[in-house]
Write a protein that binds this ligand. Structure first.
Ligand SMILES: [Zn+2]
Length: 111
């Protein structure tokens, strides 16, 4: 009765693994930081804010910009901003997050 042999070498080869050379990005060419979906903290005259970039493909609803009072229509890359030091905590801050035109947020200088 023939036995099916399972090569032991498969255990470390369960999927395509990029080599360290493919993972490494050459410095100075990394424009993906601009599109990085992770929020960054912006310190402003009215507190500290989390600023989250929303790429156009993720903008699927219409929002109202608190600065210019105009709509941010679906498909428009924009920013979501919420307070980092909200007195009622992070959850409340996220519930009260606002969607801004990128230009409107950047020109909102309070200091
Ligand atoms: Zn606006």
């Amino acid at each position: 009765m023939p036995r099916k042999a399972h090569p032991a070498s498969r255990k470390n080869n369960s999927g395509p693994v990029p080599s360290k050379w493919q993972k490494a990005r050459p410095p100075g060419r990394d424009i993906s930081r601009i599109l990085d979906p992770a929020p960054y903290i912006e310190k402003a005259g009215d507190g500290e804010w989390f600023v989250q970039y929303i790429p156009s493909v993720n903008a699927i609803k219409t929002y109202k910009c608190p600065e210019c009072k105009r709509s941010i229509i679906p498909g428009t890359a924009h920013l979501v901003v919420w307070q980092q030091d909200h007195i009622f905590g992070k959850q409340r801050a996220i519930e009260e997050r606002r969607h801004w035109h990128k230009h409107c947020w950047e020109t909102r200088r309070l200091w």
